[in-house]
Structure formats: C-alpha cells, structure tokens
Design a protein around this ligand. Structure first.
Ligand code: DSN
Length: 422
C-alpha cells in the first residue's frame, strides 16, 4: 500500500476514503475492461513536483519561463509515444479521451461538417457524437452498425452507402464496447472514395496495439489515432493524439489542443505517460498483452458453456459484452450490483438493439486487463468467470454469495497488484 502520511495527519475524511479504496482494490477484482492498475513508478510521476508548473505551449516553445525540466519530460513522452505506435507525430497533452477527441474534431473539421462513427449501442462511444454530448451541437454525426450482432461483423456495405450519401470529413473507427477487430483497410478504402480522413479511437486497445497483439491502424494507412493512456496501456489517466500523415495535420492538432481547447498541460501526468510508455516497450508488456487475450478467451468459454449470450458471439480482444437480461432474466443493473457484492466489479452496458434503458440496460461489460496485471492466467480467469456465472444464476442465494465473496477475497489476496512491471 502507498504511504499517505501527510494526508493522514491533516485530512481525515480524504484519508478514510483512500483507505477504503485501498481495501476495495486489494480485496476485490476489477473486471471493468477500461480499468487497470498502474505501477509505483507511474504513481510517483503522477504525484510528482511537476504538478507545480505551468507549461502552456510545447517543448522549446513555451509561454512561461522555467521549462528546462518540463521540456525534457514532455519530449521524452512524445518520443516514446512515436516509437511505441510507429508514427511521426504525437501530442501527449490531452487531459483524457474526450478532450482528445474534441481536439481532433476541431483540428480536422469546420463546424457543421459530418463525421461517420459507430453507433453507441453497437459499441461506439459518447464522444463519437451521441445526441446528449455538446460536440453533437457543433458537428453532424452519422452512424454505422454491426450487420450481425451475433458475429460482430460490421456492415461495411451500409458504411460505404452512408459515407457516399453524407460525404463525411472523418470516418471514425473505434469503440468502447465492441469485442472484435475492425477491418481498417475497408475504412481506408471507403474514406478514399469520399475524400474523408480516417481516425481510429483506440482507447480500449492501445495497450494491445503497443504490444503488437492487435493491429495498428497506422499500418493500414489511417491518418490519426486518438486514445486514452490509462486502459490496456496501463498509464496515468490521460489522452493522446497521434498522426502519421503530414506535418500540417500535426500542427493543426497541436493548435487545437493548445490554445484551442486546453490551457496548461498536466506535466506530472505527462511524466506518468512517459514512464508508462517506457514500461510498455519492455518485453514483459507483450506477455501481459497476450495474456489479456488468452484470459478473455478463457472467460468467453465459461459464458458460452453456461448458455449466456455474448454480443458479437464472444471476443477477439480484452472485453466481453453479455446479454444477462436476455439469457438470465436479470437486468444489467441487478447483475452489476450483485457481482459488486461479491467483490467483482463490472459495468452495466447497453447492448445492440437493447429493449431497456441506459441506466438499467440488458447487458454487462467485463474484461481482463486488470486481473492480468495482477498476474492471473487462464486458470484463474476461468474460475473468476465461473464465480460470475454462479452468482448471476442464483442472485438471491445469500449463503452462496457469502462463500463466493470469501473465495474472491482469497483470490485477490493471492494476486496482489505488483509494484513494478519491468
Ligand atoms: N468510460 C470509458 C469506458 O469505460 O470505456 C470510455 O470513456
């Protein structure tokens, strides 16, 4: 556990909450597929002295003095990001994934322009133009979907037809609740036909791409990639925009981030990104990324054997979306709450063609990045999935839940979060 000596002395309310979270993370298993655990080295960077410094601008071109060390840190983060994702330009300042997407839109579009992205219920993300978002007031969003929700196949014919009808300036590949790989070459082909930029929002799978166990959209000719840095990539909370096409686009992206959208960059978190990118270039990171995929397959087998429907028929990445309402007659919220009670954290999630509402949908979404970081292999992943199924099939059995909670605490205690990954 981290030391919180100063907080303990001066702020009891926050200290108590931190202790509670320390215990929750130590004794429970995190299965939300967008969450992970960071190393102590990344934590040190996040909590470092760089928090004190304003650094508007970019390395070598700042508006305030005293930038010798912020410049060094940010340049290392940029260079490591470029190397990791095999691209020419990187902006590491976005505060998270939503601001990264916002800046990307403003860099490439004029107000009123059209973006073609994946439908939220078919796996897309709020920032891909959901009607409730502010960005939806500025740009026009049109959508594509899966052709077959039981295989996950994207309807590329529909994608092409919508692209030709609406002439988007951006075709966006990317998702937060989709469990198969996208065919990036098809996106590039269609984008060329209509003169659109290709952008991949790879927030969920950035770690898999960095490790080379998922395809890098740049290898198929994508123009831009946006991402968070805290999911499979296992860095601090933050975002990043990468581009490979030309320096003009890179300059537009830089201007859109600062001064377009943000002020002073969070250099302490940029230091954390640099440290995490260093960890991701270590050979052990590839083993971790491969194991994420194997563990997800192990969980998929248990759900299939239990007769629980999985969207897209299963998984080829780190996450599974299960239709618990259709398969077991319990809602996503009931499933989330019940699993939480035994120490397994998942999130309720809408599924394609859901008949229920976002706050109590039909599905749950879970995945393997965090348990893999804890050092779990297929044997443990299988058991975790079996526990999930036992709980979900008998949600009112308090005796069973008590026993299974003890087993989860035992598993979590046997697999503490490692302090270092290299
Ligand atoms: N909230 C993230 C996720 O869980 O996928 C996306 O922003």
């Amino acid at each position: 556990m981290q030391d919180y000596n100063y907080i303990q002395k001066q702020d009891k309310e926050i200290y108590d909450a931190l202790m509670g979270e320390e215990q929750r993370e130590a004794e429970g298993l995190e299965l939300i597929p967008s969450e992970n655990y960071i190393s102590r080295a990344v934590r040190e960077a996040n909590g470092s002295i760089l928090n004190n410094k304003y650094a508007e601008g970019y390395p070598g071109k700042r508006y305030y003095g005293g930038q010798e060390f912020t410049d060094a840190v940010e340049q290392v983060a940029i260079d490591r990001a470029k190397q990791l994702f095999n691209c020419q330009f990187a902006n590491v300042q976005p505060l998270s994934g939503a601001p990264a997407n916002m800046a990307m839109y403003f860099a490439l579009l004029e107000p009123g322009d059209t973006v073609l992205g994946m439908h939220l219920e078919h796996g897309g993300h709020l920032t891909h133009g959901h009607p409730t978002t502010s960005i939806n007031k500025v740009f026009n969003f049109v959508r594509y979907k899966m052709k077959d929700v039981d295989t996950g196949e994207i309807d590329y014919d529909e994608l092409r037809a919508v692209a030709h009808e609406h002439k988007p300036k951006i075709i966006l590949a990317g998702f937060s609740a989709y469990s198969r790989e996208l065919e990036y070459t098809k996106f590039v082909e269609i984008a060329k036909e209509v003169g659109a930029y290709t952008v991949a929002d790879m927030a969920h799978i950035a770690g898999l791409i960095a490790a080379g166990v998922a395809r890098n959209p740049f290898d198929d000719g994508f123009d831009v990639i946006t991402t968070t840095t805290h999911k499979t990539l296992r860095g601090p909370r933050g975002g990043m925009i990468l581009t490979n096409t030309d320096e003009e686009i890179a300059k537009k992206i830089n201007r859109a981030v600062f001064p377009g959208l943000q002020g002073g960059p969070h250099e302490h978190l940029i230091a954390g990104k640099a440290v995490a990118f260093g960890e991701a270039s270590h050979p052990s990171f590839k083993e971790y990324a491969l194991q994420i995929l194997k563990n997800a397959k192990a969980m998929e087998e248990v759900f299939r054997a239990a007769g629980i429907r999985m969207l897209a028929g299963g998984t080829s990445n780190h996450l599974i979306l299960a239709d618990v309402y259709g398969s077991l007659g319990i809602t996503g919220q009931e499933a989330e709450t019940t699993l939480d009670a035994v120490g397994l954290t998942v999130n309720k999630n809408m599924i394609a063609n859901d008949t229920r509402k976002a706050l109590d949908p039909s599905g749950i979404r879970f995945g393997t990045p965090a348990i893999t970081t804890r050092g779990m292999y297929e044997g443990e992943a299988t058991r975790v999935a079996e526990i999930m199924v036992e709980v979900l099939k008998d949600i009112n059995n308090e005796t069973k839940k008590k026993q299974l909670k003890e087993e989860v605490v035992g598993l979590a205690t046997a697999f503490p979060v490692p302090e270092s990954f290299v």
